[in-house]
Design a protein around this ligand. Structure first.
Ligand code: ADP
Length: 272
């Protein structure tokens, strides 16, 4: 319990720091991008080589701006729009986008890697109450988790999404969860899995075992922040050589008669 509390405090401190840096860095990037645009506008006066260098610099600045946007999101989870969400419907509506997200993965030889996303483990619709969460953030989280799963399966494989309702009593809730009803959304893979020393650090911002340019180490820390602010928790089980399962515990929305929000899948987002 104390360890989880320390983790939450650490996350908060890191979030505040990350937000401050992201904010200042974003202002600098805006100035850099403005200057690059002015330089690009010189058009015919530029030789081809210079124009290409300017394009490259602009692309790098845009990537930097995207990273700072993620950092700001991480440090401002209070901006969440919590609504009743039908998770099964959200998952079904998201399937194509998730497939696109993992389909772009390339194997070590540069070729496409075959992936399947299975949803036959969804709880029957009638059995699953709405949850209280931010539908847009949940979509981003699921996309991120599927991309992590695909990264863990360099030869391809199956990613399984499932849902279930659970009741957590005092003893079962433990740690960060209040006793109550939850819908658990799980993303499972049969990939590399993680050794305990990796598993212990996955929620730390900037912790990554991936190559530079492939991982930022922000995916799971942002997912953790968003789920905790929804009143839920993230639990991860993993075994080296066998695979990983990430369980998002989302609190059931207790308000009969409220309409269900199912947002449309948004445009594909880059991996964390
Ligand atoms: P990133 O994906 O950018 O590295 P994350 O915060 O999403 O950042 O993940 C942190 C680390 O957790 C990853 O670098 C990887 O070592 C580990 N990890 C996350 N998901 C999985 C998974 N499904 N299988 C194996 N390792 C994983």
């Amino acid at each position: 319990m104390e360890a989880r509390l320390r983790q939450a405090e650490k996350m908060q401190a890191l979030g505040t720091m990350a937000g401050g840096i992201a904010h200042d860095f974003n202002n600098l990037l805006t100035a850099v991008m403005g200057s690059l645009e002015l330089a690009s506008d010189m058009g015919p006066e530029l030789d081809q080589g210079t124009a290409r260098l300017l394009d490259n610099a602009m692309a790098a600045a845009r990537r930097g701006a995207d990273l700072t946007r993620r950092l700001l999101n991480f440090s401002r989870p209070r901006d969440l729009s919590l609504q009743p969400v039908d998770v099964n419907a959200l998952l079904r509506g998201l399937r194509d986008l998730l497939m696109q997200g993992v389909a772009s993965r390339r194997g070590p030889d540069g070729g496409r890697v075959p992936f399947d996303i299975r949803m036959d483990g969804l709880a029957p619709d009638g059995d699953l109450p709405p949850v209280r969460t931010d539908a847009g953030q949940l979509e981003l989280a699921l996309l991120n988790l599927c991309i992590n799963a695909s990264d863990a399966m360099p030869e391809g494989g199956t990613i399984t999404l499932s849902t279930a309702q659970v009741h957590m009593d005092d003893a079962a809730a433990g740690g960060d969860l209040m006793p109550g009803d939850y819908v658990v959304v799980s993303v499972a893979d049969q990939g590399t899995g993680m050794p305990p020393e990796t598993l212990a650090r996955i929620f730390e911002p900037f912790f990554t075992t991936k190559d530079v340019g492939r991982g930022t180490g922000l995916g799971l820390s942002m997912i953790y922040g968003f789920v905790r602010h929804s009143g839920g928790d993230v639990r991860v089980t993993s075994a080296p050589g066998q695979g990983t399962r990430v369980d998002l515990y989302l609190p059931v929305h207790h308000c009969p008669g409220a309409g269900l929000a199912v947002s449309n899948p948004t445009a594909p987002v880059a991996a964390s």
